[in-house]
Each structure stands twice: as structure tokens, then as C-alpha cells.
Design a protein around this ligand. Sequence first.
Ligand code: GLV
Length: 318
Amino acid sequence: MPEKVLVTREIPAAGLRPLQDFDLTVLSEAPPERDELLEAARGAAGVLSNVTEGIDAEFMDAAGDGLKVVANMAVGYDNVDVDAADERGIIVTNTPGVLDETTADTAFMLLLAAARRLGESERTLRAGDWEWWGPKLFVGVDVWGKKLGIVGLGRIGQAVARRGKGFGMEILYHNRSRNEDAERAFDARHADLDELLETADFVSVHTPLTDETQHLIGPEELAKMKPTAVLVNTSRGPVVNEEALADALADGRIFAAGLDVYENEPQVHPKLLGLENAVLAPHIGSGSTETRNRMAVLAAENIVAVLSGEEPKTPVGV
Ligand code: GLV
């Protein structure tokens, strides 16, 4: 009897192919209801999950003792209780390395759009309210030659640094530890968070969500930023205090923000929705066809490896 594998959402076909010899259940395009998810998990040996599913102790117990691997189709795995998995001997994997450039593209897209007021000016045009070219109309701030502060210089942060170099930007970064190779590659300088916030023209956040990074950027941090500065977040919503950010944007204490992630997705703070200087994307950081294919295939290959008794390609560290 083939083992049961649950895929919690519809994924690209390329990701289903490696799983075709299993007893495969693929749930819907939209996130499943919790009851449906728990019911579908029963008896699964492998689960290919997405960021929308809470893979916690309750889920693992619903799946039962046969669950061997949870392959999260994302680089972030804050939706998976890794300790609970570890206690039950369940291997958790993620999809690092295949989405760095695409996510960095998203960060830069938001950075440019926020700096040059693309959202606001496009909304005006579409509403039929664009009356004339104007010397003072929709002027933003320059990106080229400015100082880019990267919070979290991991793989994605480095891909953003490379883009910044291409725009002639000076790179500053904040990390728990220095990365001298990256410093050489991007002429980057390590800084403490305060210095980065006080001096950067653009602050782009690339940390995973952990107990330490929850609300890393809150009212006090925002108060340190320049009034001309732009904040970009493509990591996880709760790393930034959304209410504090909305207030800072509304009061003009910072110039603009470009956001792809939110504290309570898919809800977006109502204050942010009303702000012209917030560019808001619906968590599409890794959303290119090529990258979503790569993520799906890697997640599936991790399941195949574990269920074949081999080492997974990309297990997460506990
Ligand atoms: C998406 O949010 C990811 O973590 O890959």
C-alpha cells in the first residue's frame, strides 16, 4: 500500500509529479477550513504545507503516529511548531535557496514603488484625475546613490544588497553576526540597529519571525528613522508593529512603506489601507511561475527523500 501524502493547497503540477506514486490527497486552491485540514491529515506519512496552515501539535496528533515529514513550501516556517515536530520525531523541511532572487525582486519593486509614489500616482491616473504634467506632481525620493539598510543579511538580504549595489547605493546591514564575505562583495558595513535606522534612506527587513524579531520595528525604532526614509517588509508581518507603522506614515514621520506581509493576513490594518504612502502587495514575494515551481518541486523532493529513508535536502534546524 502506498503511503499517504497530503498536499494542503493546490500547488504547481511540477510539485505533484514526484509524489504521484503515493496515495495523494490535494486540498483546495483556497486555504482549507481547520476541520477539513485535520480530517485530511489523518493517516498521512508526509504533508506538503503552506504558510497558511498552522502545523502545530494538534495537527500532528490528528495526523497520527505515522507522520514522518512536514515539507513547508516556503523558506519561512513560523507556521510550523518545530519543537512539537521534534518531540514526535517528525522531520520539518523548508525551501531555502530557490526563492532568494525572486523575493529580492519583490523587495526592490516595493522599494522603488514606494520611493516614487507609484501606487498613489497610478490610482490617480486610473480614477481619471490626472489633469496635467506638473513640476511638483508626484515627486518622490531618489533611490540611486542612497543608503540602503538591510536588517537580516541572509540569502535574501544579500540578493537585495546586490540589487542595491546595482543602483549605486551604499549598503549598511544589521545581523546578529558579521558576514565579512558579504561586506567585501557589496562594500557593506555592519551597523547596530539604531545606527542603521538613524542613517539609512531605505530600510529593508529580511529576518525570520521568531520570539526575538516579533515587533523588532516598533514605535521607538520608527521614531529613529529619517522623515525621508522608506521601510520595506517582505519578511513576516509581525516583525513590524503595523499600528505604529501606520501612525508614522500618517503623520509623515517617515516618507513611505512598501509591504508584502502583514500581522494578520489576509487582514490588512485599516489605517494602512487608507494611506497613499503605503504600497501594499498581498504576500507575493516568491510569486513567479519559475520560483513557485522550484519551491513545489523542492518540497515534494523532501517528502520523497524522507519517505524513502533518505536524508531530506533542506531540513530546518531546530
Ligand atoms: C514565503 O513567505 C516564504 O517564506 O517562502
